[in-house]
Ligand binder design. Structure first.
Ligand SMILES: Nc1ncnc2c1ncn2[C@@H]1O[C@H](COP(=O)(O)OP(=O)(O)O)[C@@H](O)[C@H]1O
Ligand SMILES: [Mg+2]
Length: 246
């Protein structure tokens, strides 16, 4: 790594602290009203918007650092319990959209309950219940980041629903993220994996992109000996299938 890169990374790393302080402050104002005083409905709305955005900023910092690690070839594998990883992933995802749902996901723990809660947020999970307790040898941070980025995209583009499934195949774990949005026309299907490429620059109402994007996803996958398949047709939604060696 060059000196300049190291400096940039250090700077990004140091962003973690001020972000954490701001985040804890906002969370305190929302949850400890006995201490800080009551909030009007309008104040509460502003604080929740701030909270979603500060969480998104935190995830971007993590994504950037993890991506830099992937580029350096650093992989941290450990035994990861499937249900715990999915709980973390989905709680982080809903943090950016619906804090109520993310709190429920964090606190419920059971596979069937998580499926029910996420369905109320238009995310439909499909996996065998027994896989929830199983553990797999993989790099959790990178796997979660890949999936969070794909799910983030699916939510950004969906019409009515996102389907997320997981399963095993020999020594691979396979995830599918599918939405019912506008899909990706054939001639764009290579281009979208290039850095900073966007088909149509859109005006997004909330946070614009929460992370590393598809180019980053590919970098992470390369380090995990992973593969990505895209199935999509214009007007017919998009399905991203990820295969990771375990
Ligand atoms: N699920 C999807 N449905 C339709 N288009 C998608 C989907 N995921 C990605 N894209 C297209 O690929 C482009 C690149 O995606 P990405 O790298 O994640 O960047 P970003 O999400 O910041 O726009 C997006 O701008 C979008 O045009
Ligand atoms: Mg994206």
């Amino acid at each position: 790594m060059s000196r300049k890169q190291i400096k940039t990374e250090l700077l990004i790393h140091d962003l973690k602290n001020p972000l954490a302080v701001v985040r804890a402050g906002i969370e305190g104002l929302i949850s400890r009203r006995d201490f800080y005083g009551s909030l009007t409905e309008k104040q509460e709305k502003v604080l929740f918007r701030m909270l979603r955005n500060i969480r998104a900023a935190g995830l971007m910092v993590n994504d950037t650092l993890e991506l830099a690690r992937a580029e350096e070839g650093i992989v941290h594998k450990s035994n990861v319990v499937f249900g715990k990883m999915i709980t973390l992933l989905l709680a982080e995802l809903f943090d950016l959209m619906d804090t109520g749902i993310s709190d429920c996901i964090r606190n419920c723990g059971k596979a069937e309950k998580v499926k029910k809660i996420t369905a109320s947020g238009r995310l439909f999970l499909q996996f065998e219940t027994k896989i929830w307790e199983q553990s797999f040898f993989l790099d959790e941070a990178k796997t979660v980041q890949i999936l969070r980025n794909l799910l983030g995209n699916a939510f950004k583009h969906k019409k009515k629903r996102v389907d997320f499934s997981a399963g095993m195949e020999k020594n691979h774990i396979i995830f599918s993220v599918k939405d019912d949005g506008p899909g990706i026309p054939g001639h764009y299907q290579k281009k979208i994996f290039e850095s900073y490429y966007q088909i149509i620059p859109k005006e997004y109402g909330t946070v614009r992109g929460h992370g590393i994007g598809l180019a980053g996803v590919m970098t992470l996958l390369r380090e995990l000996d992973g593969e990505l398949t895209l199935n999509s047709e214009s007007g017919k939604g998009a399905e991203f299938i990820v295969k990771i060696k375990i």
